[in-house]
Ligand binder design. Structure first.
Ligand code: SAM
Length: 369
């Protein structure tokens, strides 16, 4: 077994993608695409992406890359920029919308029908319209500005107005599926920058956080230049893995019981364009959304085994924490059935709500068939 430590948080090397930002006493590696910041996401591998890239491209330098637990498209867009053909997935709609914005698109959205209907020239003018809307009241402000302090009233009203405008455009069929996805992902990303939260939508902060008092500004998530044959799928990981034979399959599932559908309930509700009854301090919808098998102690190992049994690959990379639901010895036993296994450890500054940084040990299992 090859056990190597690839080192800790490094100096920013790729200015286009990252910057180090001081937050209270801790440094975070913030993801940027062409100068714009992407929302922080639990379990994001942004801080180790360059090490990951070196490790993977050292074995398979190009080809067909599958990221079925793709989240908001961090790994997928990076590998796209390095010219891999990326097929990315997630079972959450808002995550799929981020992936469409960042990975499927190869240029700014044209908004052809919208432009004709509104007598405007291009996407820039569409964004200006959204930014100049008068604030409105509705389901969003009632639940997340008046009743719960997720947003200041002024910002909540602006977000509500954008939501209502995009909904009308969609209902009038002025937006394609992808154009709607890009606008909604951009709205979620923009609203996240003024959310009075410590990162997730599980709770809002008691006092107004500085970022929450800044004025809301709608910004389009930029596309990532790179391989033009990339696609994104809204589906369970196994349904993407079973469809194709890949050069590389990168598996980065949840490793604990924290459900993404709960922690990001508001982005998901916005993406689904629903207005459900909500409850509790977090304003989570009454009806529970599906929890991943990877969040469940009784199901995680068999869910992984099912994926491996159906997967066709040259290199499989499994990214997991040593504290995860599936134990390292269980993982080793499983992976040895499918090829030669190497293990790597990466330290990084972990995601934390506290003022002190926390080192997380990522373990990468590389399986070559
Ligand atoms: C650890 S996060 C991925 C983080 C991502 N690699 C990054 O660096 O930002 C895991 C993702 O898997 C998704 N997920 C969980 N179970 C899934 C399943 N069965 N099928 C597809 N996606 C799933 C979650 O919604 C979440 O976005």
């Amino acid at each position: 077994m090859d056990l190597r430590n690839l080192g800790g948080l490094e100096e920013t090397r790729d200015k286009q993608f990252f910057e180090l930002r001081k937050c209270e006493n801790a440094f975070f590696k913030i993801e940027r695409t062409q100068g714009d910041i992407i929302m922080r996401y639990i379990g994001s591998k942004v801080s180790v992406i360059e090490d990951l890239y070196k490790l993977i491209s050292g074995r398979v330098p190009k080809g067909f890359f599958c990221d079925p637990f793709g989240g908001v498209g961090t790994i997928g867009s990076y590998f796209k920029s390095k010219n891999f053909k990326v097929y990315s997935g997630d079972f959450l709609t808002f995550a799929n919308f981020f992936q469409i914005a960042r990975i499927t698109q190869d240029g700014p959205p044209k908004f052809s029908v919208l432009c004709d209907a509104m007598k405007i020239k291009n996407h820039g003018e569409a964004i200006n319209i959204l930014n100049n809307l008068e604030g409105k009241d509705g389901w969003f402000t009632k639940n997340y500005a008046y009743k719960r302090k997720f947003f200041t009233l002024q910002n909540g009203k602006k977000i509500e107005a954008c939501l209502q405008a995009i909904k009308i455009w969609r209902e009038r069929r002025w937006l394609s599926y992808e154009e709607n996805a890009i606008l909604i992902a951009s709205l979620i990303n923009s609203m996240d920058k003024v959310a009075n939260t410590a990162g997730t939508y599980y709770a809002y902060l008691k006092k107004w956080y500085r970022k929450a008092t800044r004025p809301f500004n709608f910004k389009l998530i930029p596309y990532t230049p790179g391989n033009p044959y990339c696609r994104c799928f809204l589906c369970d990981a196994i349904d993407l893995v079973k469809r194709y034979k890949f050069d590389i399959i990168y598996l980065d599932p949840p490793y604990n019981e924290r459900s993404y559908a709960d922690y990001y309930h508001l982005p998901e509700t916005v993406a689904l364009s629903e207005t459900p009854n909500v409850q509790g301090k977090s304003g989570i919808p009454h009806v529970k959304r599906t929890k991943s098998a990877f969040n469940r102690r009784d199901k995680a190992l068999s869910a992984l085994s099912n994926i491996l049994n159906i997967a066709r690959f040259r290199l499989l990379v499994f990214h997991y924490s040593d504290d995860g639901i599936i134990r390292p010895d269980e993982l080793r036993n499983l992976f040895h059935e499918f090829g030669t296994v190497d293990e790597y450890l990466i330290d990084s500054v972990g995601y934390t709500n506290k003022s002190e940084s926390r080192t997380i040990k990522h373990r990468l299992y590389l399986v070559e068939s």
